[in-house]
Design a protein around this ligand. Structure first.
Ligand SMILES: [Fe+2]
Length: 223
């Protein structure tokens, strides 16, 4: 872990709870001088004190360490708000349905922002029976490859892990898929909105520009 509770976080949460340094100190069994030291970055609370401090400040230990309070927004109802985290050391892929504090190999991971597909990461989607056949135009060498593709609907997610030397093509059950994400180990996360009338055709486009034009037209027609 490369992050520990900061004095600024303790101070902010203490003030939010309308506690003086002395009141907080009494709750956790230390002196007000000690609390003052933490808040002015002259010392850190012992790890055994994290739980009592978190309890006194009405947050979880995770929130205390991250310095951010997390509101329970019940995001579990919508997979379309999915966030992906990838560890740059081991390539581990972590999925979350909302903001989380995630560490892997000692690194605090940030959720990846998905870019729209570009010329170097072209994606082609067509329907084969009740499945989407998805192909990505990209190299699959050990150094530069597509490492996973995910199809997300409001209620579920299908993820396929890919490895170097494999073909960058996958199949997903159509059932309500609204968005497809794919991850390049060098260039990051990309996504495309699956558009009715384009991507559910059996013979699809075979040119990236044509797809973009079709998408514009479909958005005008179907909103
Ligand atoms: Fe790439």
């Amino acid at each position: 872990m490369n992050q520990y509770v900061t004095g600024a976080a303790i101070k902010e949460l203490r003030e939010k709870n309308n506690l003086t340094q002395l009141q907080l100190a009494e709750k956790i069994g230390v002196s007000d001088k000690t609390v003052s030291k933490w808040e002015t970055a002259k010392g850190y609370p012992d790890i055994t004190l994290l739980e009592p401090i978190a309890e006194a400040l009405h947050v979880s230990v995770t929130e205390l360490i991250s310095g951010k309070t997390i509101d329970n927004l019940n995001v579990s109802s919508n997979m379309l708000r999915s966030k992906f985290y990838v560890c740059p050391i081991c390539g581990n892929v972590i999925h979350s349905m909302g903001e989380s504090v995630i560490h892997c190999h000692g690194i605090l991971l940030s959720p990846m922002e998905a870019e729209t597909s570009d010329e170097r990461h072209m994606i082609f989607i067509e329907r084969i029976e009740d499945e989407y056949y998805v192909r990505i135009d990209h190299t699959m060498t050990k150094e530069h490859y597509i490492s996973f593709v995910a199809a997300v609907s409001s209620g579920d997610m299908q993820v396929v892990k890919l490895y170097p030397e494999q073909n960058p093509e996958v199949r997903f059950k159509i059932r309500g898929v609204k968005k497809i994400y794919y991850y390049c180990n060098r260039d990051g996360l990309f996504s495309i909105d699956v558009v009715k009338g384009i991507d559910d055709r059996e013979k699809s486009y075979d040119d990236h520009h044509e797809r973009m034009e079709l998408e514009k037209t479909a958005k005008k027609l179907f909103g």
